[in-house]
Design a protein around this ligand. Structure first.
Ligand code: PAF
Length: 281
């Protein structure tokens, strides 16, 4: 695996590969890799000549400085994992390399997608994501970039970014990876206390039950039902449960008016914020 820390070296290497007509599949990450990330890398490798991964804990997408400070960093282990799945190129820039001395995000208009769900609770988050994803796509110029559906809103926003800025790349969303007990894989899971880790699978269990009830109960009733379930679990604090159309990310007037919708959830387990979602129809 080739490892680069500077844009210049990475670009020079990739220019040679492109000249040799090699296709590039890109997986952006913030490190602390788990099976979900590795599945994206395997997919990138399977569908392209080269799999390129970035590891960069992007400061501008954190609305909470404690979360940024405590974000797990496991670079040596990450490198081994990437080697084991045949990653070709790893890009690990410093904050200075990416932002120089201006650690600020660009301001984006994602046609309102940025104001829904996560956007209501994490100020500036999607400006930070937009800034870094746009920067990486411009540096790497991949043929395809892969994103997990756990961050479904992020996936839709990246699709919008690419459309608005005419960036010539195909954005692919891939399935959520789960632990055996159903908890969606996340780098933040490593920071859960034993008690919070034990109760965290309740999030997906509740989503699955909500899916079963969907149709029999209307959106308002279902939301009330979910809130009631979380009242019974003092270790988990529900931030939001929303049913939204996959394209607009807005709650449909009624279930029939949306072609495909999803239930989205954000929950605090202590000071760790966990998100998840499930397709309803
Ligand atoms: O999903 C993530 O890990 C990050 O938001 C991303 C896409 C790597 C941008 O920093």
């Amino acid at each position: 695996m080739n490892i680069f820390n500077t844009k210049l070296e990475l670009k020079a290497f990739l220019a040679e590969q492109k000249e040799a007509r090699k296709s590039i599949g890109f997986v952006p990450t913030m490190g602390a890799l788990h099976e979900g990330h590795l599945s994206l890398v395997k997919r990138a490798k399977k569908k392209n000549d080269l799999a390129v991964v970035s590891i960069f804990v992007n400061p501008t997408q954190f609305d909470n400085s404690e979360d940024l400070k405590k974000y797990p960093q496991t670079l040596e282990n990450d490198k081994q994992l990437l080697e084991s799945v045949g990653c070709d190129v790893l890009f690990v820039p410093t904050v200075k390399e990416i932002y120089d001395n201006n650690i600020n995000s660009e301001k984006f208009d994602f046609d309102g997608l940025e104001h829904e769900m996560e956007g209501k609770f994490r100020e500036g988050h999607f400006d930070g994501v937009g800034t870094i994803v746009k920067a990486f796509l411009e540096i790497i110029m991949p043929d395809v970039a892969y994103f997990g559906k756990k961050d479904f809103q992020q996936l839709q926003i990246v699709k919008k970014l690419v459309e608005k800025y005419n960036i010539p790349v195909e954005i692919k969303g891939r399935p959520i990876f789960r632990e055996d007990d159903g908890l969606a894989m996340s780098s933040r899971n490593a920071r859960l206390t034993k008690e919070h880790r034990e109760v965290a699978p309740f999030i997906y269990k509740t989503l699955k039950k909500a899916k079963k009830k969907f149709g029999a109960k209307n959106i308002e009733e279902l939301t009330k039902w979910v809130k009631k379930q979380f009242k019974k679990k003092p270790l988990l604090e529900l931030e939001y449960f929303t049913i939204a159309d996959e394209k607009t990310l807005k709650t449909p007037e009624n279930i029939e008016s949306s072609k495909s919708c999803r239930a989205f959830i954000a929950v605090f387990a202590g000071d760790i914020r966990l998100i998840d979602n499930i397709g309803l129809k």
